[in-house]
Ligand binder design. Structure first.
Ligand SMILES: [Zn+2]
Length: 280
């Protein structure tokens, strides 16, 4: 089928009191493996591009990436959404929407709440006019390698600000900081479920969790039940891809062109376990 709007997938997740899983990808083998497993398990799934991987690292371009996701989505019956992850550049966001991204994240988490609202609102106005959804971030999901980020409560989302933030910014979903961080954790994170419950009670806007690599499944199950409707996975998935390539090379595999097939098989095994966390 054609690409599904991310807001529709999040509505399905909300109704089922669970979360859709969103995977960061950089190339066709990754995209192909996500779509294949989504179809196999019949799990509506979101595929994301992190702008830096296109703009700075030249893995792909937004147009090439969008075309690949669209092409693969068309071959299957399960809903597949396409999303541009963390971006603070208005022009880049608009260009990506025009190239086929029907959902984008405007990341104003480094700004004051007032400025974050102002910028998110501006992006939402332009994005909505083009039929695209906008994910915002309130509070700040930092980096796991700084040790303190996931436990720094000053960075956590404040429930009392959530309702007015969502209303004024016109966002379609909001990433919240409740104890996760990006990258590999040095210590097992402990989610602030009480805070998540309060945020969820304060707003009807679907909540998004970033920094999902390494959060124990038991905690995720609770978080999905208590309001998380989109769960982003990047680090673990990329690391597995990297490891697979490394093993392939050090094993002196005779045919370089077999790498995508071998990688996809490994990625698919991982994706099965991750997607089954969703009750969709
Ligand atoms: Zn993130």
């Amino acid at each position: 089928m054609a690409l599904e709007k991310v807001s529709e997938i999040l509505k399905m997740a909300d109704r089922a009191k669970t979360s859709a899983i969103a995977f960061n990808c950089v190339d066709y083998p990754m995209i192909k493996s996500v779509v294949k497993v989504a179809e196999e398990l019949n799990k509506p799934t979101i595929i994301m591009l992190y702008p830096e991987h296109a703009r700075d690292k030249h893995w792909t371009t937004p147009a090439v990436f969008a075309a690949a996701v669209k092409t693969e989505a068309k071959k299957v019956k399960v809903p597949i959404g396409l999303h541009l992850d963390h971006c603070s550049d208005y022009n880049y966001i608009l260009a990506a929407i025009k190239e086929g991204f029907q959902s984008v994240m405007y990341d104003g988490s480094m700004l004051s709440v007032e400025e974050n609202i102002k910028n998110t609102r501006e992006v939402a106005k332009a994005a909505h006019a083009l039929g695209a959804d906008v994910e915002a971030e309130l509070g700040r999901v930092g980096f796991a390698n700084t040790v303190t980020d996931q436990s720094d409560e000053d960075m956590y989302t404040k429930a009392e600000v959530a309702a007015s933030f969502c209303e004024q910014s016109n966002c379609n979903s909001v990433a919240v900081a409740v104890g996760t961080a990006h990258g590999f954790y040095k210590e097992t994170p402990k989610l602030d479920i009480q805070r998540l419950k309060s945020i969820n009670a304060a707003t009807d806007v679907p909540l998004v969790m970033h920094g999902g690599s390494g959060v124990p499944d038991e905690q995720l199950e609770i978080a999905f039940r208590e309001g998380i409707n989109k769960f982003n996975v990047g680090t673990e998935f990329f690391y597995l891809y990297y490891q697979t390539m490394q093993e392939f090379c050090s094993a002196g595999h005779p045919d370089f062109f077999d790498l995508p097939l071998l990688a996809q098989e490994r990625l698919e095994n991982y994706l099965r376990t991750k997607m089954l966390l969703s009750k969709l």
